[in-house]
Unconditional design. Sequence first.
Length: 111
Amino acid sequence: MNRYNRNKRYDEARKKVIWLLPLAVAFAVFLHIYGSINPGISCLIAILTLGVVVLLIQFLLSLKYKLMKTQFGEYDKAVNVRKYTLALVLCFIALCLNTIMLIIIMTMIMI
């Protein structure tokens, strides 16, 4: 698959996840109404959950298409392996940190 096709498919796959933002808002409202949780905490949980899902999708798309687009630039494995690998590692670290924060907050609520 050439670079143009990878770029096109990557963009198409990223556009399909736009529906996640309204889903996060609905999740926050659900937590607040049915979970009797403070609105601030429910919004924080929804944002962290959304962050985990989006970072996971970004990570999986990057592995599949060997291409990562961020607000800082486009990293292609075929063009520069070191920058692509660094971007992939940073995405994975962000995913891990986001997941850990979500687990900590969920544990604090359960106590």
